[in-house]
Design a binder for this molecule. Structure first.
Ligand code: WTA
Length: 653
């Protein structure tokens, strides 16, 4: 981590509005008062094993555990010796009794096509695909890669893997061939599940084309199963490629779930870190599923009659934990939408909510800010009275957006849960409980039961109330990552070496006198663009891999809608001159290397970059330049001060 911020983070946001839960919501909520929450939290802190042992009874286990937790820092094993199957917990167990005909997934494609999969349909489809995977030689422990649009089959794909104990790695469909290839190579996937394409803003996302490019450098992939979504013409390699509808048509719908060890890997999900290539976050089965199940109940107060809509793609952790594993483990009805929120117009989400009588909406601050910009007229066109709870995730939500969300979307009656967590934490960590916690716009409020955070200085000393510092977690929790795939040293170095004995989140935070937590954003070189983590380092490597580029530094600049915009400072090779054409070429190059989500908003050319005497690029200064701010910090170590003056004046070519 770069420690330019150290432990001293200046926090300027002061927010005094507070919204207690309504008596009506509290009366039927699982946790109905702040006292009850505090009792739960204290109990979990004092006796984590007793607490989680009781909570874990919510799942169906094939064999009970001998111990709840084996903690050999920094490695945890939860529900030691127990066995279970995640797909059985998310599907099969709901297929006995009345819920078998309940809608598991209500899906809407971007062009307007609709499908409903009942729990029994989900069981049948999952079992068939699992049999196909077995036929292609997938054994427990073999990794399967998934690169799909948001169709029900993407969920089927994840659950089919879980059914046979094959860890999945889902790669977001917006990533490029290069990004897909890097991930497949890292985890050595044997099979790729993909589609011909998906729909986004009326256009085809050419998934198969990207997959073909990626597979040229992925020798471990022996078979590719292609779901037909767009039905446009795609390349097909006989022997390697198979149409999903053909292979599953022949498959038996009978495939008993494999009981795996509680610590058997459920999935690897890649996320950006501040250095090096993306990190393969490894989650295992028992603890992760207990965490998802418990938090879905506490935070969303999810009930049998809810219709729950989470707008995340399954390519992100939010899609894993709160589209698939959490809600389905609870037998909920999940609404899934394939496309863009502004297609065919800006009212699409509101129409979906009206059409399906959605009761819980979980989305991201960046989306809320876009809705605000588009205007109230779109939500006002639709009946949103079915909503009873709203959630946000991905970045700090500014109080203005929070209030707008509450007033315009929630009609002033829905509690808002601002949920702080990470790919690494697997499940929500800090969030209001909607029937218990008074909410404060902009604060994720209180830690969930079983989560023991602290805010500390770089030396690990707790900071006083009201001061900013580094957010750490002091006790292990069931859904925590277990390691980084293939790189346990990096796991130790990234999360367990910064602050002695604690899990280091990489976020800054402040706690106020009421015990509420305020997340202040990343303290390392990770950007948060539209709620997605991007490493400045990866974008820099993509830029430097272009023949014209000698050196690059990437920083974030505050952006009204997306939280942060990407600004790249680029030094060209000698003999190259800056121009608009080169700028476009570099943008396109980053899109090709990583994907459109990493496209730099600004590229500024500079003959040199500000560096310390030891040669480290001073990003803090570049952040100030990018934001058009005066440099306030310490510049005493800067090597060539004139660089900074030039950067400010030569903004544009
Ligand atoms: C940020 C997403 C403030 C934070 C689930 C974290 C948030 C990173 C919030 C993880 C929130 C997420 N308030 N910041 N409610 N939720 N973050 O791994 O910086 O994609 O470390 O997981 O997003 O991003 P990730």
């Amino acid at each position: 981590m770069s420690s330019e911020h150290g432990g001293a983070i200046h926090s300027v946001l002061i927010e005094n509005r507070s919204f207690p839960p309504s008596a009506e919501f509290a009366s039927r909520a699982r946790v109905g008062s702040i006292e009850e929450y505090e009792r739960l939290w204290t109990r979990a802190k004092d006796d984590p094993e007793g607490f989680w042992g009781e909570i874990a009874a919510c799942l169906t286990w094939s064999k009970p555990w001998s111990r709840v937790l084996d903690w050999q820092p920094p490695h945890a094993r939860w529900f030691v010796d127990a066995t279970l199957n995640a797909a059985e917990n998310c599907v099969d167990r709901h297929c006995v009794g009345a819920n078998r005909n309940k809608a598991a997934i209500i899906w809407e494609g971007e062009p307007g096509d609709r499908r409903v999969l009942r729990y029994q349909d989900l069981e049948r489809e999952t079992a068939k695909l699992a049999n196909v995977l077995k036929r292609f030689g997938v054994r427990p422990g073999d990794v399967v890669a998934i690169y799909m649009p948001l169709v029900p089959e993407a969920v089927v794909a994840m659950l089919a893997c879980a059914r046979i104990g094959a860890p999945h790695t889902v790669v977001f469909g917006g990533f490029s061939a290069e990004a897909l290839a890097g991930r497949i190579q890292d985890c050595g996937a044997k099979v790729l599940l993909t589609a011909d394409g998906g729909w986004r803003r009326g256009k085809i996302v050419p998934l198969k084309e990207q997959a073909d490019l990626a597979l040229a450098t992925c020798p471990t992939v022996e078979n590719v199963i292609v779901y037909q979504r767009t039905a446009h013409k795609v390349g097909f390699e006989p022997g390697r490629d198979h149409w999903w509808h053909e292979v599953t048509a022949e498959a038996s719908p009978d495939c008993p779930p494999v009981a795996v060890d509680s610590e058997h890997p459920l999935f690897i999900l890649y996320t950006s870190g501040s250095t090096g290539k993306p990190k393969g976050i490894l989650h295992t089965t028992g603890g992760y599923l207990v965490g998802c199940h418990a938090t879905t109940g506490w935070v969303f107060d999810l009930r049998d009659d809810d219709t729950y809509f989470c707008t995340a793609d399954i390519g992100w952790i939010t899609g894993h934990s709160y589209v698939v594993y959490g809600p389905l483990a609870r037998g909920a009805t999940v609404v899934l939408y394939e496309g863009a929120p502004n297609w065919p117009d800006e009212a699409r989400f509101w129409k979906i909510i009206e059409d399906y009588r959605v009761s819980i909406l979980y989305t991201a601050p960046t989306a809320i800010r876009a809705f605000m910009k588009w205007g109230e007229q779109y939500p006002l066109r639709h009946d949103l009275s079915s909503l009873r709870l709203l959630g946000t995730v991905g970045e700090p939500i500014n109080p203005e957006a929070w209030i707008w969300y509450q007033r315009v979307i929630g009609g002033g009656r829905c509690p808002i849960v601002d949920t702080w967590w990470q790919t690494e934490t697997g499940a929500i960590m800090i969030s209001p409980l909607p029937g218990a916690t008074p909410t404060v716009p902009g604060s994720a409020t209180r830690p969930l039961p079983g989560v023991v955070p602290e805010i500390v200085t770089k030396d690990g000393k707790p900071v006083p109330v009201g001061h900013g510092g580094l957010l750490v977690i002091k006790q292990p929790w069931p859904a925590m990552l277990r390691t980084l795939h293939g790189d346990d040293d990096r796991y130790r170095a990234t999360y367990w070496s910064e602050i002695d004995g604690c899990y280091f989140t990489g976020d800054g935070a402040r706690r106020d006198e009421n015990g509420n937590y305020w997340i202040l954003g990343r303290v390392d070189d990770v950007l948060n663009v539209a709620g997605h983590r991007l490493s400045t380092m990866e974008i820099e490597s993509a830029l430097v891999s272009h023949a014209r580029v000698a050196e690059a530094a990437v920083v974030g600049r505050p952006d009204d809608i997306r939280g942060q915009a990407i600004v790249a400072f680029v030094t060209l090779e000698s003999g190259q001159s800056p121009s608009e054409a080169v700028r476009q070429e570099l943008r396109a190059h980053v899109v090709k290397e990583i994907g459109a989500l990493a496209r730099p908003d600004d590229i500024r050319f500079s003959e040199s970059l500000p560096k310390t005497r030891s040669g480290k690029i001073m990003r803090r200064l570049l952040r100030d330049v990018a934001a058009g701010r005066e440099t306030v910090g310490d510049t005493s170590t800067i090597e060539d001060f004139s660089v900074l003056a030039r950067l400010r004046s030569d903004d544009e070519v």
